[in-house]
Design a protein. Structure first.
Length: 288
């Protein structure tokens, strides 16, 4: 079972657009030294949609080489055959599991979603499926998730639908060894109070120790202490989505003097007014 504090790791790029290996290793060290349980590279926060399969493999290999924690590799796309190939690549590289996003753009039916993930799960590696309808325009219904949870290699769900009723139904009916993970920082506290086992977090790129502390308090049932951290961090959680993820988090890392590099088109740099807002937030929290 995957549980705990998991970071949806950004991918630092050099000025020429290539992967910044040294910067990536520094980010991995920062995470491992500050309580993160699992790293999730080359996923959507890592800009997988604009990386080639070779680039994704390079990122996964660097992270596996540098990390002292488990690694769930991003291996999802909207082409089932390519998703299977990326999943097999992650297995061959030695990843502990894969994160596989719901197919985007195609708008498959629930049967199509089921068959897509069933095909991915034929690769012998633990699979965490990812429900993020705001980015995919496709919703994995609770009934479909529960059917997928019966497939042996499908071990968890990253949930970012924002629908608490839907999440509650999944948590109520899923197998005990199926990990429901928050994929939305502002909802991590609520999801874990309902029985979630952790989060794949964007904010933990910046504040890994604080996010880890909150999540482990929740796993231990220390809800009051965890709530205090949640309310302290909630303004940051919100500000990291003032523009499309990962634009703000990469800009924030840059402000903190950490490697993040440029953002790949069609995403673009943070607008000036939002940059000022984010800088004030980081200053107010003592992060810069």
């Amino acid at each position: 079972m995957f549980e705990g504090s998991m970071t949806a790791l950004v991918t630092p790029f050099k000025r020429d657009g290539s992967i910044d290996e040294e910067g990536l290793r520094e980010l991995v060290e920062f995470q491992c030294e500050n309580g993160t349980d699992v790293l999730v590279p080359s996923a959507t926060t890592g800009e997988s949609a604009t990386m080639s399969g070779l680039e994704q493999g390079k990122v996964i290999k660097i992270v596996l080489d540098q990390a002292s924690v488990k690694v769930i590799a991003g291996a999802g796309t909207n082409d089932t055959q390519r998703a299977v190939e990326l999943t097999r690549q992650a297995l061959d590289l030695g990843a502990d599991g894969v994160l596989s996003v719901c197919p985007y753009y195609n708008k498959p039916t629930q049967r199509g979603i089921y068959e897509h993930f069933k095909a991915v799960a034929r690769v012998d590696i633990p699979v965490v499926i990812y429900n993020v309808p705001g980015r995919t325009s496709c919703y994995i219904e609770a009934e479909t998730i529960l059917k997928l949870a019966e497939i042996p290699n499908i071990v968890g769900l990253k949930e970012a639908s924002g629908n608490i009723s839907h999440i509650t139904e999944v948590l109520e009916k899923c197998p005990k060894d199926f990990s429901v993970l928050s994929g939305d920082d502002p909802l991590t506290y609520s999801i874990m109070c309902l029985g979630g086992r952790g989060a794949i977090s964007v904010a933990s790129n910046l504040v890994p120790r604080e996010v880890s502390e909150m999540i482990h308090l929740l796993l231990e049932g220390e809800y009051k202490q965890a709530r205090e951290i949640h309310f302290r961090l909630i303004p940051l959680f919100r500000d990291l989505f003032i523009e499309t993820n990962p634009i703000p988090v990469k800009e924030a890392l840059k402000m903190m003097g950490r490697s993040s590099g440029s953002i790949r088109l069609p995403l673009f740099e943070l607008e000036d007014e939002n940059r000022a807002l984010l800088r004030n937030r980081l200053k107010g929290m003592g992060l810069i």
